[in-house]
Design a protein around this ligand. Structure first.
Ligand code: IPE
Ligand code: IPE
Ligand code: MG
Length: 254
């Protein structure tokens, strides 16, 4: 079965999950963190190379301050609780977003775990924190404008590659599959550039209920999709053309 190399998830519906049970919204976020643990573990076991989780958007700062405060505390708890899991499973932790905005009691342990895990190669786990796609594009445009201003590049040199290099996600493959839970069918300012050709999968369950069965189902559906990238179906299903060299027939070196 063809697996996504990069899976991105909009973990939505924590508040509704709690409200449906007459619990405070924060309780939904707390149980949602257990779904994060399960999902990271499953993706690592499956051999998915990149997992990107939308944990807190640039717009989420506008929520009531008690909810924002509780989310920051839960993030700190997550970093402490998952530290061993991340390091023992060869997971590299990264973030995208304006993490300078995070309170220092979260930012500092987060940065410490990012550098502790920097040489891990099993999977890249990226947390989108204080992240917005439009904000990321504006930041990239500003970086490129600054480079032009400094005489480091000409306006004509600004192409898709240069733009990509100025994004938070520089050097990472684009997501192959995006899952959003909670039944909402929108992008909500997530990875606006990177999702250009991503397959989208919307799940009705709220994030705290998302489990291995939902993940496996999404992956099975993904495996049946034909990704055409603008070409025709016949073109993408054709075997590769061109002369085969003897090296094509050799086993790759171990
Ligand atoms: C997602 O759940 C978590 C964050 C955005 C931080 P929500 O808190 O958005 O839950 P709903 O969508 O209100 O149910
Ligand atoms: C998107 O969910 C952000 C995260 C999951 C972190 P939201 O709940 O903030 O999105 P909207 O407001 O429903 O579009
Ligand atoms: Mg929501």
């Amino acid at each position: 079965m063809s697996l996504p190399r990069h899976l991105a998830i909009i973990m939505d519906g924590n508040g509704r999950w709690a409200e449906e049970r007459s619990l405070p919204r924060v309780e939904g976020h707390r149980i949602g963190a257990l779904a994060v643990h399960r999902t990271v573990r499953s993706c690592r076991e499956l051999g998915i190379g990149y997992l990107t989780l939308y944990a807190f958007s640039a717009q989420n700062w506008a929520r009531p301050s008690e909810e924002v405060g509780a989310l920051m505390q839960l993030l700190l708890d997550y970093i402490h609780r998952e530290r061993r899991e991340i390091l023992d499973n060869d997971i590299r932790l990264k973030t995208i977003g304006d993490t300078d905005n995070l309170p220092s009691f979260v930012r500092l342990p987060l940065r410490a775990l990012i550098s502790e895990s920097a040489n891990n190669r099993g999977m890249v786990l990226t947390l989108a924190l204080s992240y917005g796609g439009r904000e990321e594009l504006v930041r990239a445009a500003r970086t490129l404008a600054f480079q032009v201003d400094q005489g480091e590049r000409l306006p004509d040199d600004i192409d898709a590659e240069a733009f990509e290099a100025a994004l938070y996600t520089s050097g990472q493959p684009d997501p192959d599959l995006l899952i959003r839970t909670s039944g909402e069918e929108r992008i909500s300012n997530f990875l606006l550039w990177q999702l250009a050709y991503t397959e989208l999968h919307f799940v009705p369950v709220c994030w705290p209920d998302f489990d291995r069965e939902h993940l496996d189902f999404a992956l099975r559906r993904f495996a049946t999709r034909e990704r055409r990238f603008g070409k025709t179906s016949a073109q993408v299903s054709e075997p590769p053309t061109g002369p085969r060299t003897t090296s094509d027939l050799e086993e790759p070196p171990c």
